[in-house]
Design a protein around this ligand. Structure first.
Ligand SMILES: [Zn+2]
Length: 412
């Protein structure tokens, strides 16, 4: 979130909750941590959440907004606090209470959760805007001490506008200026770093043959990635490429060795969209082939890249992994950019975040590219551009990149 966004934030968390631990603290713990063992206790806990929901909504209505713009921001703030797909209170309850609930509590938690979900529709932005009043512009309006209990009568749009008069704080009419999409921005930044290292940019077709996408990369017929459930096939021999790796083979065939390339581009998978998955996403593939290339070159290059991209303080860590097209294969993790390696929710308290797969190119893959593995060796990596953009700009929903919402895009 950008600094100005944070500044505009309207404090909503001053509402008192009924017990020492706030709703925010409780939703970060599991039922077990909270000592909830019986269905009655589940009921009490959810009643507390429902009360907090009501209180916070009421506090907003009582406060009212100074103008249209603030009204929109206030409504969105409360909506996001409760309903954001990642980190919203309802999502946290799903994740921390419902999913790990012990078998005997599951029915009670499930029922209560459904009720809460229904109730939480009252903090959808549209719902809030229906009754969130705009304060008349009159001066010297003291708040009565009972304000917390008394809802203001909801005013119709027209009445509100009339009462408030013209609002001099409203911005004038300005032609909107476009900006570079965050995915493009991040992709260019990655390209810059590798161009500086002497790599060339290579591209390939998005509609790819099964051979280049799988066989040439040593991915066997039996591999689950080849299944209809993971891959979007055009016909039995043709598909929408599932990664940018086929460009490795095409580039080896075209240029031979030595070869230093990156391949930025789109990839497609048969995914249901959610906050971390999208059927279309962007990757950057990297490939270096030369005589005497070792794992040390891979480590050195990726460490340099990670520090250039995320900042000098970042530490890198390689751990073993498996990919059919590299041997040995590894995952590169960087010290968490959100907590500096101390441990937080994003890094699952580990202090590390895995950012890409990499490894030494499998001899079979070199051979498919027409390169003699006795003479040459190589390393490769593949990274997800959206994921990098999400980490760099602290974005929690991959769908935002494709929704074309100007409010989101104009922040970049
Ligand atoms: Zn962290």
């Amino acid at each position: 979130m950008s600094g100005s966004e944070a500044d505009r934030r309207i404090p909503l968390k001053r509402v008192r909750t009924r017990s020492r631990m706030s709703i925010d603290e409780k939703t970060s713990k599991t039922l077990k941590d909270l000592g909830v063992k019986a269905p009655e206790a589940v009921g009490e806990l959810f009643a507390e959440v429902a009360a907090a929901l009501g209180d916070e909504r009421q506090a907003l209505m009582t406060k009212g907004a100074a103008n249209e713009r603030e009204r929109g921001l206030m409504a969105k703030e409360l909506r996001d606090r409760w309903l954001a797909r990642k980190g919203g209170i309802v999502a946290l309850i799903d994740e921390h209470w419902l999913k790990p609930a012990p078998k005997e509590l599951k029915p009670a938690v499930g029922r209560a959760f459904n009720e809460l979900r229904k109730a939480s529709a009252s903090v959808e932005v549209d719902e809030l805007l229906k009754s969130l009043p705009i304060r008349p512009a009159a001066k010297g309006q003291g708040k009565s001490s009972a304000a917390g209990q008394l809802p203001l009568p909801s005013l119709g749009e027209a009445a509100v506008a009339e009462a408030a008069g013209p609002d001099p704080t409203l911005p004038g009419h300005r032609r909107p200026l476009g900006s570079i999409h965050p995915v493009t921005r991040v992709m260019r930044e990655i390209e810059e770093i590798f161009l500086g290292l002497g790599f060339a940019i290579e591209s390939g077709p998005e509609i790819e043959s099964v051979y280049y996408n799988f066989d040439a990369l040593n991915i066997p017929e039996s591999h689950p990635a080849r299944d209809d459930w993971d891959t979007l096939y055009v016909n039995p021999e043709t598909l929408l490429r599932t990664h940018t790796s086929p460009v490795q083979i095409r580039a080896m065939e075209k240029h031979g060795a030595p070869l230093y390339i990156i391949c930025p581009g789109k990839a497609y998978r048969h995914e249901n969209p959610d906050s971390t998955h999208s059927a279309m996403f962007h990757q950057v593939e990297g490939l270096a082939v030369d005589t005497d290339i070792s794992f040390a070159d891979l480590k050195g290059t990726l460490d340099y890249f990670a520090k250039k991209f995320f900042g000098d303080k970042i530490k890198t860590n390689f751990s073993p992994s498996f990919f059919p097209f590299t041997e040995p294969s590894g995952e590169l993790a960087i010290s968490c950019v959100f907590c500096g390696g101390q441990g937080c929710r994003v890094c699952k308290e580990s202090g590390w975040v895995e950012v890409m797969g990499c490894g030494m190119v499998h001899p079979e893959v070199l051979r498919h590219g027409g390169i003699d593995p006795e003479r040459y060796s190589g390393w490769a990596f593949g990274l997800g551009v959206e994921r990098f953009a999400m980490m760099k700009y602290d974005i929690n929903d991959i769908q935002l990149f494709q929704q074309g919402d100007v409010k989101f895009l104009e922040q970049f």
